[in-house]
Design a protein around this ligand. Structure first.
Ligand code: XUL
Length: 505
């Protein structure tokens, strides 16, 4: 039996197919396409439409739909036996919204998670919800600029007529799932947690939050569904055009909830750090402990638990900025890490080359302490150390004793980066064997939901069994902390926190 998963990320669309025989899973097919390169007619750069205002970050939703079509065509043309595909799911960059009217899009550019233009709307919604704390207790997060609610409110204020003729507002995940279904798909509880509109404890739209956001919003949103349900079968268009079967469709979710599964972090105690366009740190929480100072989020997890997550916008964007500024490649970047000592002799860099989410830095600025801009190697070390220390400092709210970290994403292939991670967290770090945890999470969720529904005589499979074959790291890939370095970072983390605080007040 085959299961197909997609991940529509900021810059690309990936598809993976796993084969399950008995309870053994293997990856049998994978393909990716890049929005800038493969769909040049949309004129995106790094997957987004160029905009003179750095706070406005949008992308054309038509491009995501066309990418999905291109990928379905690729799968049909491959040597995969598509008739064996039993279920399909997906994940998409979280928070972005898609606006549909009776005759197509009512907004041809969708705001995405990198957008930070809704400061005013965040304040307005927060006030209606009774402040940051009340908002976090209700929805799992305080109201963030990129979240769907403030984005919808801004659209309603700026373009009330276009808002009025909008019949459906989807998340990117539920929009692409709808494309597969040929009908309106629900929003899953995991992705719904990133909207400032959902009551986390009950996974239902909250009437106060809806009213605080925009008029008639309840009627424009799809239903919320658990992420391990089956919401229909693959639409006829795909069956007729490409010969796909009527495979079960499992709701798409946000890339972070999907990555939780795809990185194998299905039990409390193991955290994942994903080094992607954004850097994220996340893990399962049995109880929804709320981030008191509002820096992290609690989302519904596909396992039925909760997940804690903290997001940093300056992930690979910032690493690439430094690499390019000093004319390096990843090899010379690594050499620079080797050539400099743990703690960088006290040199610190605040790595905010784009507006930062954690801590909240609306206007980009990089600031240095005890380090000069021309010192190339020290700046390379400073950016990696800053990112790791920020992740460690801003995830203590989860109350998880970090013993093990699974590192995923582009930069997790770099052992020098992982050593700094191990030393800063004073934890064992494994390079995850998973190259695209969000996409793999989608294929594994398709399998789990299909088995759970007992279709075709399938028996339910537990989450640890679902992730076992494809996410367990090679024990030999372990990077252990160096005790002397861990001591250096224990105190440097406090200095970094103070430097950060002094520059965000
Ligand atoms: C999560 C977030 C990012 C995006 C990246 O809150 O904003 O991790 O999901 O696609």
């Amino acid at each position: 039996m085959l299961f197909l998963g997609f991940d529509s990320s900021t810059q690309s669309l990936t598809a993976q197919i796993i084969e399950v025989v008995g309870d053994t899973a293997s990856l049998v097919w994978e393909s990716a396409l890049n929005f800038d390169r493969d769909l040049p007619q949309y004129g995106t750069r790094h997957g987004v439409s160029p905009n003179a205002d750095p706070r406005i970050v949008e992308a054309p939703p038509q491009m995501w739909a066309e990418a999905l079509d291109m990928m379905m065509a690729r799968i049909a043309a491959s040597d995969v036996d598509v008739s064996s595909i039993a279920a399909i799911s997906g994940s998409a960059q979280q928070h972005g919204t898609v606006y549909l009217g009776d005759a197509g899009f009512t907004r041809d550019r969708s705001p995405i998670w990198l957008d930070s233009s809704t400061e005013v709307e965040c304040a307005e919604i927060t006030a209606s919800l009774g402040g940051d704390d009340a908002a976090a207790r209700l929805t799992g997060s305080r109201v963030f600029e990129r979240f769907a609610g403030p984005q919808i409110r801004r659209f309603w204020k700026a373009r009330p007529e276009d808002y009025a003729r909008t019949r459906r507002i989807h998340l990117i995940s539920s929009f692409l799932c709808s494309e597969l279904l040929g009908a309106d798909a629900p929003i899953d509880a995991g992705d719904g947690s990133g909207m400032s509109l959902m009551r986390l404890s009950k996974a239902e739209w909250d009437p106060v939050a809806l009213a605080a956001t925009a008029p008639d919003l309840g009627a424009k949103l799809p239903a919320i569904s658990p992420s391990d349900s089956i919401v229909g079968t693959l639409g006829r268009r795909w069956q007729e055009r490409y010969g796909f079967p009527a495979a079960d469709i499992v709701p798409w979710t946000g890339d972070n909830s999907s990555s939780l599964i795809g990185s194998g972090c299905v039990e409390e105690g193991t955290l994942a750090i994903s080094l992607g366009t954004s850097d994220t740190i996340f893990g399962v929480m049995r109880e929804p402990r709320i981030s008191a100072n509002g820096e992290g989020h609690v989302f519904a997890a596909p396992t039925g638990d909760f997940m804690g997550i903290t997001v940093f916008a300056n992930g690979s964007l910032a690493r690439e900025h430094i690499r390019d500024q000093y004319g390096m490649n990843w090899f010379t970047f690594s050499r620079a890490l080797h050539a400099t000592p743990a703690g960088n002799n006290g040199g610190l860099l605040l790595p905010w080359f784009v507006p930062e989410i954690t801590p909240h830095v609306p206007r980009p600025r990089a600031k240095r302490l005890n380090i000069e801009e021309h010192e190339a190697a020290r700046n390379v070390r400073a950016i990696v150390e800053a990112q790791m220390m920020a992740m460690a400092n801003h995830s203590t709210w989860m109350g998880v004793d970090v013993g093990t970290v699974y590192a995923t994403g582009g930069a997790s292939g770099n052992r020098d980066v992982l050593q700094i991670m191990a030393d800063v967290f004073d934890a064992r770090v494994f390079a995850s064997p998973v190259r695209n945890s969000a996409c793999l999470g989608a294929t594994l969720r398709a399998w789990h939901a299909h088995a759970r529904a007992g279709l075709g005589g399938a028996a339910p499979v537990s989450w640890p069994d679902v992730v076992r074959d494809l996410t367990a790291p090679d024990p030999a890939s372990v990077v252990t902390p160096n005790p002397a370095n861990a001591e250096v970072y224990a105190s440097l983390r406090r200095e970094y926190a103070a430097f950060e605080l002094a520059n965000t007040q």
